[in-house]
Design a protein around this ligand. Structure first.
Ligand code: F0G
Length: 455
């Protein structure tokens, strides 16, 4: 196993609750892990977003952050770094990815248009729809076989994209957005060949092509490992080539920015930049801070260098692959092949006695918390299914998955072994696990605020 290229300097205690305390906590949380207090959780795999550890170099840079309202030194450090990485002439800072989505989609998309993606992330989907447009996912067919080891199951279906662009709805396509890596579908990477083909199709039809590049470095690492033409390239070179193919990007820097907050929009078009900038100033902050403090911009400038270090990326990828092996040996299947930022457990297969309407993914997630204090997120019918007025499931999701997201530079091998042991305990007697029913739901983005009860 490649060694992580760092050692630990500052630590934070993690809580260990008794099984009774955890049962009480989950009950009070309406059986929704998003409602738990973080100090009730032993291993938190809810998200890899903003949950990583910063480096000594980042904290040293943060100490000299310039908090001037406009034109701060820290802004120029951030700008130089992002412009050098992406090559885009215009960079707008935002406090996190979804603020960038709101500004970009609100400016670029018109009501009735279609935004096409390999898979929209949930907030991305919501922001497309809040702009009055339709979010349409066209994942490649290989993505639908969870067990296949195809290397680039994050790709978009090029045939379907070409048909859409050339067909009667083609005129309505306002944007093609490629999510790298594909967080909604198993953390699978997108190949450079796929991005090149999307670029060519978008050029041919005059449609803007953007990247949702939250995990640009992890995608680059998987390209280097899996796409023969790119062996020996640096992750930074591969990432740059991806940015070069697109007209712009929106990035949540809470992932591969290696910081707890931040995001940006990268643009080539002067007019689009001017319009997005006006929106940014009205809603996020002046265009040299965009809702971020100078110390955040400093941490990001350093983090964006650290994240493309091959030693860091290879150790992180190996750790996730190793956790997948431990989990598979414990008798729980994961979406194959393992990506980097998260593993996706096949809860539908582990709990065949629960129907989609009983939310097997949610049941598995709750059990991981009850048995081991491990928090994770359901990606199944609770998240993606459609419901009737009485909150009964009408259309199930294609798969019942649970995502274990891996915070960056946070957990050690022992923590991962503990997670696998907890799962092994569940896999020994899965029949004891009961399903859930919905008690109440919010109007959009159901999974964040839904409340449930065990059946
Ligand atoms: N795009 C992708 C692919 C994401 O994974 C996320 C966030 C966003 C956009 C939105 O960015 O959170 O900074 O506003 N993903 C997190 C997750 C929340 O847990 O996967 P944000």
């Amino acid at each position: 196993m490649p060694l992580p290229p760092y050692r630990i300097k500052v630590v934070e205690p993690i809580p260990f609750l008794s099984p009774e305390e955890r049962a009480g906590a989950l009950h009070l949380a309406g059986y929704n892990p998003f409602n738990l207090r973080a100090d009730q959780i032993t291993i938190d795999l809810l998200s890899d977003s903003g949950t990583g550890a910063t480096s000594a170099a980042q904290e040293a840079a943060a100490a000299v952050g310039d908090e001037s309202y406009a034109g701060a030194r820290s802004w120029f450090r951030f700008l130089d770094e992002v412009a050098d990485l992406t090559g885009y002439p215009h960079i707008l800072p935002v406090h996190q990815g979804r603020a960038g989505e709101r500004i970009l989609f609100g400016t670029l998309l018109r009501p009735g248009q279609i935004c096409v993606s390999n898979t929209h992330f949930d907030t991305t989907h919501a922001n497309v729809e809040l702009a009055g447009a339709e979010a349409r996912d066209l994942p490649c067919p290989e993505a639908l076989d969870l067990d296949s080891h195809e290397p680039f199951k994050g790709n978009i279906d090029l045939t379907a994209l070409a048909e859409l662009l050339a067909g009667p709805d083609g005129e309505r396509v306002g944007l093609v957005l490629m999510t790298i890596t594909n967080n909604g579908l198993g953390a699978q990477p997108v190949s450079m060949a796929n991005l090149q083909a999307v670029h060519a199709l978008c050029r041919q039809h005059g449609v803007p092509f953007f990247l949702d590049a939250a995990r640009f470095a992890e995608n680059a690492w998987l390209v280097r490992e899996r796409e023969p033409e790119y062996h020996g390239w640096t992750p930074r070179e591969i990432a740059r080539q991806a940015f070069d193919l697109a007209d712009g990007c929106v990035i949540s820097l809470k992932k591969d920015g290696l910081a707890s907050i931040g995001g940006c929009i990268g643009l080539r078009d002067d007019d689009l930049h001017a319009r997005c900038e006006a929106n940014l100033i009205a809603t996020e902050g002046f265009s040299t801070y965009g809702g971020l403090a100078g110390h955040d911009l400093e941490r990001l400038a350093v983090g964006l260098r650290e994240v493309v270090d091959p030693a860091y990326l290879s150790a992180r990828a190996a750790a996730t692959t190793h956790l997948a092996q431990l989990i598979n040996e414990a008798g729980v299947d994961t979406v194959q092949p393992a990506g980097i930022h998260a593993l996706y457990l096949n809860a539908g297969r582990l709990l065949p006695h629960l129907s989609p309407a009983e939310f097997p993914g949610h049941s598995l997630g709750c059990q991981l918390f009850l048995d081991g204090g491990v928090r994770c997120a359901e990606l199944g019918s609770l998240y993606l299914g459609t419901m009737d007025e009485q909150h009964r499931l009408v259309t199930p999701a294609p798969f019942e998955l649970v995502r274990l997201a891996i915070p960056r530079r946070v957990y050690s091998q022992e923590h991962f072994e503990y997670v696998a042991e907890t799962l092994a305990g569940i896999a020994k007697d899965p029949e004891r696990i009961t399903g859930y029913r919905i008690v109440s739901t919010p109007p959009i983005l159901r999974h964040f605020k839904v409340r449930l009860a065990p059946l």
